[in-house]
Write a protein that binds this ligand. Structure first.
Ligand code: F6R
Length: 241
């Protein structure tokens, strides 16, 4: 495991921008797994102007809200179009995304796992961290699922996503489709970015706690090639400092 401890959010963004840019330059046909959320917004802004050739890159996003089609402004697909996809020369056919509005959620999840496998697996997976320790939308609980699946979202997760739903957390769909722990842990390399004091408890559990379904991100401790990019506020609850 590699830990990059940096001063603040901007420094974390710069660090991850360098990691992703180097990976795309080294492997122009990189298969890249991507998160949405507040954490990677600056990253996507920086990647837009990094002079990268995306023409052979393939992407797979971690998750999508159930019921929402790609045109819905609250969908993760719309987020990605707005923040990255429409600004770079990524081929539309190379964008892998779960369809939240699929009639058969289980079949859609199986299709996604098959698409990832057909692409040869994920080379570099970027992930964010939920304040409750979730990764993708693998929520804390009694158990975790290996494959891509439909999941009920915790109220805290819906509240954290209310911004794109006019601040109304109850307008955030109650369920989502998400890559499972197998997809996360079988990516050849994982880069986890977390910043800010609101992530501090989850970061401490992720890095120093036991492997537990109560903190899905703790399973990253088992990954053979994981890089954590964290700022000082995010590590403030670690006993070791
Ligand atoms: C989103 C995702 C989530 C977020 C996490 C952190 O695609 O997979 O796990 O990465 O909820 O969200 P932010 O960055 O908004 O704090």
């Amino acid at each position: 495991m590699t830990l990059h401890l940096v001063d603040d959010h901007d420094a974390a963004t710069a660090c991850v921008t360098t990691l992703v840019s180097s990976a795309i330059r080294a492997t122009p046909s990189l298969v890249l797994g991507l998160p949405t959320g507040r954490t990677p917004m600056g990253l996507y802004r920086a990647l837009r102007t990094a002079g990268l050739d995306w023409s052979r890159v393939r992407t797979f996003n971690l998750d999508e809200f159930s019921t929402l089609g790609p045109e819905h402004p609250g969908s993760f697909r719309a987020f990605m179009d707005e923040h990255l996809f429409r600004h770079v020369n990524l081929a539309p056919a190379s964008i892998g995304f779960l369809r939240g509005d699929a009639a058969d959620g289980a079949a859609e999840c199986a299709r996604y796992d098959a698409a990832i496998a057909a692409a040869g697996g994920i080379d570099l997976l970027l992930v964010g961290l939920g304040g409750n320790g979730h990764i993708g939308f693998n929520e804390p609980g009694e158990s975790l699922r290996a494959d891509t699946h439909v999941v009920a979202l915790h109220e805290s997760t819906r509240r954290a996503n209310a911004e794109r739903f006019a601040g109304d957390w109850q307008a955030v769909p109650a369920s989502a489709l998400t890559m499972g722990m197998r997809q996360v842990l079988s990516a050849r390399r994982v880069v986890m970015m977390a910043t800010g004091a609101s992530k501090a408890e989850a970061v401490a559990a992720m890095l120093d706690g036991p492997l537990t379904t109560r903190c899905p991100a703790s399973w990253l401790q088992t990954h053979p090639d994981v890089t954590f990019v964290l700022d000082r506020a995010a590590v403030s609850a670690r006993r070791a400092g």
